[in-house]
Design a binder for this molecule. Sequence first.
Ligand code: AGP
Length: 609
Amino acid sequence: MCGIVGYVGHRAATPILIAGLSKLEYRGYDSAGIVVHENGELKLEKKVGRLAVLEESLKNLDIQATLGIGHTRWATHGRPSDVNAHPHTDASDCFAVVHNGIIENYLELREWLQQHGYEFKSETDTEVLPHLVQYYYQGDLLEAVARAKEKVKGSYAMVVMSKYHPGRLIAARQDSPLVVGLGENENFLASDIPALLKYTRRTLIIDDHEIVDLTAGQVKVKNGSADLVDKKIFEVTWEESQAEKNGYDHFMLKEIYEQPKALRDTLSGRIAPDNKRVTLSELKLEPAFIKNIKRLHIVACGTAYHAGVVGKHVIESIVRLPVETDIASEFRYRQPLVDSDSLVIVVSQSGETADTLAALREAKRLGAKVLAVTNVVGSSVSREADDVIYTWAGPEIAVASTKAYTTQLIAMYLLGVWLAQERGTLPPDKISSILSELRELPAKAGKLLDDLDITKELAQQYADRNSAFFIGRGQDHIVAMEGALKLKEISYIHAEAYAAGELKHGTLALIEDGVPVIALVTQKALATKMLSNIKEVKTRGAEVIAITTEDNQTVAKEADHVIYIPNTHPLLTSVLTVLPLQLFAYHMSVIRGCDVDKPRNLAKSVTVE
Ligand code: AGP
């Protein structure tokens, strides 16, 4: 995830910027850069690769500047490269900007600016910002940033400096974190608190719509109506390691709570404002090919595979195309029936999983077109596939995948609706009803996450059990698989996921007194069947934790505990159903004293076969 640092004061800015950026390295990045104000000019240095590469290139420069901004970039728009790295400047190098987030309407703005004679150097969404600031600048930097901000849709934390203002930084925030650090005759800006802790613990947390005017001697914060805001000072008491986790005890917990934002970012700019269409402007696949696809294959490993199986349910239901799902390590050895009429979709958070990469190569060898869904721009999978849909979850640090999974689900939903729209398999009113619900999912996820203390209580009650079962039907069965995997991965409790109707054909004998059974009941059409399955396990002594939608009042009569998720379109429930399961697994792991973020025998990116 991108990181921002800014400094204005009396000390040399460069080492402060580098030290701040180094504290944000843990978040993941692919390039880094700084710009400082020196002798009336902006001096810019930016490099792809580690921060050490940037430091090396700065080594021989005698920069004494006391004003500067720095950035570590996690690529979203445009591959990792020197040119795409931040800061970005306008054509005359008078204005420089660092930015975190996604400018949703950047293509539109880019065209508009090009019509006004602006030339672009990079492939990024961010580059529209310095050009816009330059366009609106008439001597007042704050005013220019405020006007540029009005044109921009999307999420951002941005910091702007100009060669015309040697002691001033302007910053703004919308849906992306931004913090001011208060010093003595010096002030700081950062996207995250760890970047500030070496210098100050006195901070101002900037809110959405606010704009900050920062000099060495004062900090002014204005709201969306341009009124001064009296911000309360937030004294940071966290240790540095805790600050990296934004106050959470573990990265996994932080990432679970980042999901509403990750979902929003992944949807950003992909649903038309009137909810009538999905736009996947990044896709290059020919319309004729899309119309003629005879079959789809979704191939992935682990959690990404579970997202793929949800994708199968969605696509088959609304596109009416056969979809096969494969575990990547099986696909390449089973002589799959893939040819030039097939589209193979590979799903991989890291984009580096060896099994997935091998499956991708096998699919290409067999003549299929390959579409990758990945979270890492420039990853091997993204480079080798014919086309890519990026999930914008930001880097995931905890080994157990959470926000990458739910953003993969969003990608599956978007892809399903897009295929349906391109192949004309779904009437416009049905597309609209799915898309309007899809748009609501980030807010619903946020509301649900605020209300899940029960998962901790349940974990306290069940942490001493040796095994657990997860059951569900349809999409719920797939989420059950993901819930069981999460529990196994991080708490080392044996967990099995079963299609609820299949349990009686298999290991029902293992259900005995006190075995927790997590029953997922979000599919209305299958709810009565699920009730029978709940009775079946209760009769044998199971203790049932049911997860169902708010409008289902029947399940409570049978289950021992019920967790309600907000109502949504039945195709979209998985993204909500999994949230309590992630938190349940998390609390189980903590209570059992396991290493939550680095569970044993598991790596974040599995680059061996
Ligand atoms: C998820 O919690 C796992 N650690 C694992 O299953 C992971 O999803 C799998 O290895 C695939 O990784 P990828 O998405 O980076 O390809």
